[in-house]
Design a protein around this ligand. Sequence first.
Ligand code: NAD
Ligand code: UDP
Length: 312
Amino acid sequence: MKKILITGGAGFIGSHLCKRLLDEGNDVICMDNYFTGDKENVLPLRVNPHFELLRHDVIQPYLAEVDEIYNLACPASPIHYQFDPIKTVNTSVMGAINALTLASKISAKVMQSSTSEVYGDPMINPQVESYWGNVNPIGVRSCYDEGKRCAETLFMDYHRQQKTRIKIIRIFNTYGPNMLPNDGRVISNFIVQALQNQDITIYGNGQQTRSFQYVTDLVEAMVRMMQTSDDMIGPINIGNPCEFTIEALAEIIIKKTKSKSKIIYKPLPMDDPKCRQPDITKAKAVLGWEPKVSLDEGLDYTIDYFRKYLMK
Ligand code: NAD
Ligand code: UDP
């Protein structure tokens, strides 16, 4: 049995990771400040004596005797990370420093949940890990994109300077149960709108693309990456390479939910990336991993989750 700390553990991805690691028989500490996390996400886990919930903000230093740290604490939806952009930068940067300081002190492995946003509005598609990105440093998304880039820098420098045992994964758009209905991201927005027969809000002309990964595929890759040898530090792309336009996504969701919703078009937010598709050659080779859940199947699970959520 390992002792594992998950920062941001009450959020969407964190709650699935907590469950998976508990199911494997580990001791799990879930640390969260509940900015975008929800205690309901981890409620079913609280009966397990190997699960601990800790209210703490990762901006402040902390101590715990653990073998592994998964650093997920950071709002991920544009509306949430732009709500208090200074706090978002602080969460990424101070959160990284505090996780790295602890990992160095106790020789734990620490994994950074980085993002495809480090590629910004990419000039190449698909994006490979060696691409340095095309990021606006002074725009409305910069608090998240540059915060995450700085966190990657810190991870690499702690590794080079202090031999800290790091792993960096770059997560592409991920969806599934436990997303907040008002999360603001495209899949939760479209499903919640479709189930309520409200207008489906496409930003821009809907021709921008994203590649959507179901959450259990991501969690499998995270667990595999943590188990790799210390020389495998990443960064490594984790995502589903099947790329869709946002307009096509809206049509699929309307059809699946048999919704009466109409599509309406709203202004495109500043610096919205035009395309996203992960090159996962490295993940396949290093982790022996590739996504298993298609968009069709993953949407069914997620629609089912939101249908029950809205009935509650
Ligand atoms: P989420 O917003 O559901 O979860 C983030 C969690 O972190 C929440 O529980 C929130 O309360 C907590 N948190 C935020 N600031 C904190 C702070 N200062 N101290 C302690 N806890 C704090 O988002 P998610 O989709 O589950 O994302 C988890 C991680 O994965 C984030 O780091 C995000 O950047 C990264 N990521 C997610 C995606 C995606 O598509 N979901 C893509 C790329 C990267
Ligand atoms: N989007 C949209 N309607 C919505 C929410 C998002 O058209 O109600 C678009 C958004 O402009 C972007 C894409 O969907 O082009 C993905 O947005 P999301 O916030 O989910 O993720 P990110 O932009 O961070 O990849």
